[in-house]
Design a protein. Sequence first.
Length: 750
Amino acid sequence: MMVRCPQCGTEFDKDTNEFCPNPSCGYPSAFIGTPVAEGPELQEMLRRPGEEVTVPQAPIPPPQPTVPRPAPVPVAPTRPTAPPPAVQQEPPRRRFPTALLVAGIVAVLAVVVLVLLVASGNDQPTADEGSPAGQATPDCQTGFFQGSLGDRVLGPCPAEMRGSDVQQLQLKLNQVLEGVRVLKVDASFGPRTAAAVHDYQLCRGLRPALPCCPRCRRRRAMARIRCPQCGTEFEKGNLQFCPNPNCGYPIAFLEEGKLPEEPPRMERRPGETVTQPMQPMPPTPQAPPPPPRPPRNLRPLLFAGGAIAVVLIIVVAFLLLKGGGGKGGPKAGGTTTAGPSNKSSQKPSASPSTTSTKPPPGIQLTWVPVDPQSDLRGTGDQVINAMVGTARENGTLVAAGSTVSVGENDAAVWHSTDGRTWRLVTGQSDLGGPGEQQINGINPVKGGGFIVVGSDTSSGSADAAVWLSPDGTEWSKVSSPALGGPGKQSMNRVAGTGTQAGTLAVGSTTNSEDGTQDGAIWKSPDGGHSWQLLPVEQFGGPGDQDIKRVTVLKSGITTGFVAVGTSTLNGDSDAAVWTSSDGVNWTRAPDPNDELGGTGNQGMADVQSFGDELIAAGFDTSKGGRDGAIWTSTNGTDWTEVHSTQLGGSGDQVINRLLATKEVEGIAVPPLIAAGTTTENGDLDAAIWYSTDGTTWNREVSTAAAFGGQNAQSIHTMAQHGDTLVAVGFDASGGDENAGVWIAQPPPAT
């Protein structure tokens, strides 16, 4: 049909052109002429501005009588489709750990929920359009629009379509399509208004208008394809898969081409005859092979696994820091691992490694040095060699040793009521004077007071020295010929026997002629005011001898005395034991099995009664290095050395003192404690060992760092003060030697 374009006047065939062929016009041919079912109101709505309607509107022809539908033409059978190729079963995949898989799934679900929430928040109606009130089928029996809408043609292109004519169109559409689509009357020709016009045109049997602007025409002209798997039509554009969410067919398998022709209508119009036979259905295309499966995305699993690993590392680090950190160390009495060493970087630490997570075996206490105090320090060296205490709650601890004053070594005494705070006794001229004085042992006197023993060089030669005090504060030096004489004399320890033997002091004497040294024992019947040196022949012999400690052995109704020390001959040192039944006549104990001697050097420094046994302590080098040594005996004559790896280790160990404690109700006080030193790489540190029976020992390692530090530390003796344990000696961590004091509070008994 030849028509004339009302916009530019160009004549063209309407049936072959959808738009005016004039490049500068492009008027839709659908708007030219009278459609089959158009009404006057629609022509009025779509006329050009200023155009006069001269052709009378043709009335709608009455419905034609029903004509019997001819028999359907047989449809050619469709070509059988080949069965889909068998899908090759994939080999089983390696399963990931359940924890990683669960974490990844949770993370993906969280992301999906977040995306859905964001998408749902953006799915809102536009500001210029209303929301549909229903999805019912348009009512095609509704009447036509009535009235004029303006001087311009309204089309589905929303560009610059605003005005009162659009408002009137929206009102008319709301009247005609009531119940089907309700528009927001805002005088704006938007997508919903265009959709309402489309519904109306379909309802009235009109062909929907095509896009009217060049941009829309270009979009329309883009290549469109149809998915052979689901039949969805879409523009190829930059898509890689079919946009149907239930399909996803790869676009790479499709050939770009034109859309297939519109299929014939399934129903004829009233009065229309079928002039052409129905075309057979095209054969179903064979489905192409499925695309290769994309590689599995493992990034969520990796991220989840990494997050779990970080959390585990943080938890483990927190537990480790909580269990072993802190300056104060573990609580008193707890069984813990060794804390970090307080030693400076100038020397290696002798404490055990702090990385062990296994708690040390046996008893472990928390030892701490007392706070620095001026009375324990001075311009020179200070050292504590002996100490006595009482189990009474408010008893006084008395410690003795030496201090350097004005370049000379003087005897010194300290007092403490709690083991933590100490006071140096001053103003006692008898503790000093010309020469050098030193206290090595202390013992309480029956009836009150104290006796201390040591050495004094005020006579020009080293002599044994004894001082007495009624209260531990006022001291006087004892004068006795038995304490001096030719050669050198020195007292190491003193003990009150509580028997007719009186008070016994032990030490050594040096022959002025040949310089040999013999063991020596002094006896005092009056509490230390007068002294008698026992015959040195019974304590001498080939080589040198030195007696370190004496104690009383009670077995039933029999009382005996035992003294221990060392005997050195030709550079070989052996432990030595002397026994006596009365404290006057002494005999050296034999050693047929080399328990006291043998390979290497041995020496005893202390002996204590422990139940029905005697426990002696010292050192032994028979295994190569110098180790701490323990011997036991039931009669003072026959001795057995205890072999324990806890008494040795790297470096050298020496036990100086044993302490058999007293029970305290409700407190787990170790029954037997040994104290001394350990030396590693030339560094001397204090050391502590514990035992419950005298044969099984374990070393204090939980707070071993408290006994170390820069330079040397040593424990010379210990005492029990109520439920507090006190160890004393010296500490050179400050540069010079100062009096060292460490305390421990045993835990409650369980």
